[in-house]
Design a protein around this ligand. Structure first.
Ligand code: NAP
Length: 269
């Protein structure tokens, strides 16, 4: 893998939240950055900041990742510009949080196209380039919701479970090509995403919204993963319990999820 200062990192969803914070952390290491999202003005603002604070060599690639040809092209454009691609961070995502049958079909399609299909297309484009250069690393931003089902997040969970399975499988499928896969699975993170949904539609009982960890914590974990290439990172670390408990004690986990999410311990209370 190229060293810090010549490493090329492509970050999707760089215009906000975790992607924005990751770009700033990566810029500090001297990496070269390809910044991908739909909102060009936000990407330009980030690129200006990176250039002025860290003299980062960065490329803005406005992209709608729901479009397969655009998802493929952003990877090719980064590779054409920098001559290599060391790390692909598939971070862009959207959230649906409401009763599953209230979400409009178009919104559901957007979610699956952004949270899963886009990752498939960027990955499929990046793998042959990484194979040719002899190494590469793909970091997918999943979620604890990709390890444990949560009421009123069925559609989001489905997209993140798909990403979990895709990442776990490819990790073993691509290791002989010297391409590493890492899944980052955060719980709540304090970004615009959790505030983008209207919770008044959800019968949450007396459960209240909990403040998440800062996006910089996730960015730090992503940068550590670039160096150490772990299989999966849970943030905060104790949220791994959700994955362990759901596999070992599913009924108890139902009770906990019901309480945290719906404000009641049992089905009938
Ligand atoms: N926040 C949390 O609590 C939390 C918890 C666990 C996992 N995650 C995951 O972390 C990742 C980042 O989320 P965040 O919290 O940082 O959310 P965010 O602040 O809302 O950022 C989402 C990013 O995705 C981009 N994006 C959305 N649709 C896109 C599209 N069609 N094409 C290109 N880019 C698109 C957005 O850019 P544009 O709008 O400019 O296109 C934005 O940069 C997501 O995968 C999310 O599922 C978040």
């Amino acid at each position: 893998m190229a060293n810090n200062s010549s490493r090329v990192i492509l970050i999707t969803g760089a215009s906000s939240g975790i992607g924005w914070a990751t770009a700033l952390r990566a810029g500090r290491t001297g990496a070269k950055l390809a910044l991908v999202a739909r909102r060009q003005e936000k990407l330009d603002e980030l690129a200006d900041k990176l250039r002025s604070e860290f003299r980062t060599d960065c490329l803005v690639i406005p992209t709608d990742l729901r479009r397969p040809e655009q998802a493929e092209e952003c990877v090719l454009a980064a590779h054409r510009h920098f001559g290599r691609l060391d790390v692909l961070v598939n971070n862009a995502g959207v959230l649906i949080e409401e009763p599953f049958d209230m979400a409009a079909p178009g919104v559901v399609r957007d979610l699956v196209e952004t949270n899963f299909w886009a990752v498939y297309h960027t990955t499929r484009t990046a793998v042959p380039l990484m194979e040719k250069q002899g190494e590469g690393h793909i970091i997918n931003i999943g979620s604890v919701a990709g390890r444990r089902g949560i009421p009123y997040m069925a559609l989001y969970c489905a997209s993140k479970f798909a990403l979990t399975g895709f990442t776990e499988s490819l990790r073993l499928e691509l290791e002989h090509k010297n391409i590493f896969l890492t899944l980052i699975s955060p719980g709540g993170v304090e970004t615009p995403m959790p505030y983008s949904v209207d919770r008044s539609k959800i019968p949450l009982g007396n459960a209240t919204h909990r403040k998440g960890i800062p996006p910089e914590e996730v960015a730090d974990a992503i940068l550590r993963a670039v160096d150490k290439k772990p299989a999966e990172v849970f943030l905060p670390a104790y949220s791994k319990l959700a994955a362990v408990l759901t596999n070992t004690l599913p009924s108890l986990t139902d009770v906990i999820v019901r309480k945290v999410r719906l404000g009641r311990f049992f089905r009938w209370t």
